[in-house]
Design a protein around this ligand. Structure first.
Ligand SMILES: *Cc1c(COP(=O)(O)O)cnc(C)c1O
Length: 461
């Protein structure tokens, strides 16, 4: 399997190369040259299989000859052994819908599902190359801790995590800043997640710097994340044995795009519903055909406080007949004006696959409260956004409705308390967290300052 850029002007790469790289040199995102195909029978056979076995079947097609079957199996087994339930992503009933619990990993958000595996494959690839890497992570809250959990203490890897100062929950921040391994570097950036993401993008755009420091990205621009995340669309659908509507709390569009990936591989999905908070650029884009970024607002669901959803480029690439020059032109215009008019054919293709809806903070709180009152279950604010949107957008679904539960409620105790008057019990993953000492550096939103930080802190190759 080879990977090509959404902007069509970079040489193709192997899975291993894409895994340890950042964006493609032309600024695009890597995509498989063609989607692996699963027959109906193969998909039906996933029913009753263990999560790790389905993950192996799916990922083997993406990995190509970058890793042997044994290597992939070993890393899948080790990655999912860190989860606190054997079925990794359990599907539970909630009223007349279902909740797909994706928060059973070490840092209690769905990011662990991809990152626990990615960290292990990454280490293998570096070892094969005799190389090192500096992993740059811009986080809206959960990717940072999940990346730190998988890379802490690894030889030949440094992790630099930028979180927007004061815009993540206390638990989210502590999960990052109390990890004291020498290869972990936490930065609180004075500004929003979009600014952090832009700064990291600008860093990668300086190719001389990126090469000299072996910069790599494990945000959802890394295709390995998408590959690992499409697995739970298969396992959930297999359990239901029907085409489902998936409602996905969305920020950077990686998780919901993994649903598109699964469907392009042969899985029947009724619809993918993009659920956003007040930062609703994606639902507005789908409605109006104009993708226009504003300023990100802080909400109770901080992992979704994103205006520029990186992976939307992947969906646009597919919806535009994989025409790299069209994407280059569109993204260049967007970088200049902050606005992108989606061409009618692409918009029609997107609307066929996706629906969208938004829920603001009041609706989020009301939903957390009503779910608790009706079922006794505490949900986190991101999941609540999806439940609220499901109630509005998915009520006419033909098949089952599956809400992706992306974080454990204990990560957002203040919001849960405000909504329900209850404090979620602290799971073992967080024991002692509040007492540990924090360490992080405050860095201004400035490319030169970030470069100096990296040059001074991290040993060269
Ligand atoms: C990252 C995250 C999201 C958004 O996922 P994307 O792939 O960026 O769309 C939603 N909820 C939680 C809890 C997250 O950590």
């Amino acid at each position: 399997m080879r990977y090509v850029s959404t902007r069509g002007a970079s040489p193709s790469r192997s899975f291993g190369e894409v895994l340890v790289a950042g964006p493609a040199p032309d600024g695009g995102l890597y995509m498989p040259e063609s989607w692996p195909q699963f027959s109906r029978v193969e998909i039906e056979n996933f029913r009753g299989k263990k999560y790790g076995d389905v993950a192996f079947a799916v990922l083997q097609r993406f990995v190509g000859d970058s890793f042997s079957n044994d290597e992939l199996k070993t890393d899948i087994a080790a990655a999912y052994a860190t989860f606190d339930v054997p079925d990794v992503a359990p599907l539970r009933k909630l009223g007349s819908s279902y909740v797909l619990e994706l928060f059973h990993g070490p840092t209690l958000a769905f990011k662990d599902i991809a990152l626990q595996l990615l960290g292990r494959l990454f280490a293998r690839e570096l070892k094969k190359r005799g190389s090192r890497a500096t992993i740059m992570v811009a986080t809206s809250g959960d990717t940072g801790s999940a990346a730190i959990a998988t890379f802490r203490g690894q030889a030949n890897v440094d992790v630099v995590v930028l979180h927007p100062k004061g815009r993540v929950s206390d638990v989210q921040r502590l999960q990052m800043t109390t990890v004291r391994d020498a290869n972990v570097h936490n930065i609180a950036l004075e500004d929003s997640f979009d600014d952090a993401q832009n700064l990291v993008k600008a860093l990668f755009a300086d190719q001389a710097f990126a090469q000299a420091h072996h910069l790599a990205a494990v945000n959802s621009i890394n295709f390995a994340r998408i590959a690992a995340q499409c697995v739970y669309y298969f396992t959930a659908s297999a359990q239901l044995n029907r085409a489902a509507t998936f409602v996905v709390p969305t920020g950077n569009f990686g998780d919901v795009f993994a649903g598109e990936a699964a469907s392009r591989m042969g899985l029947s999905i009724e619809r993918l519903v993009i659920a956003t908070n007040a930062n609703d650029i994606l639902s507005r884009a789908l409605e109006s055909g104009t993708y226009a970024a504003g300023r990100a607002q802080a909400t109770l669901s901080p992992a979704m406080d994103i205006q520029v959803a990186s992976n939307f480029e992947r969906a646009l690439f597919e919806a535009s007949g994989r025409d790299g020059s069209r994407i280059t032109e569109a993204m260049r215009g967007f970088a200049k004006s902050g606005k992108l008019d989606i061409r009618p054919d692409a918009l029609a293709a997107l609307r066929k696959r996706y629906a969208a809806g938004r829920a603001d903070d009041n609706e989020t709180l009301a939903t957390m409260r009503s779910v608790h009152a009706e079922s006794g279950i505490l949900i986190d604010p991101h999941t609540a956004v999806a439940v609220a949107v499901a109630r509005k957008v998915a009520k006419n679904a033909i098949g089952p409705v599956v809400i992706l539960a992306t974080a454990h409620p204990a990560k957002f105790p203040e919001a849960v308390m405000r909504a329900t008057g209850r404090t979620p019990p602290l799971p073992p993953q967080l024991t002692g967290l509040l007492e540990r000492e924090e360490q992080y550096d405050i860095v201004p939103n400035d490319l030169r300052a970030l470069k100096t930080y990296i040059t001074e802190r991290i040993r060269p190759a």
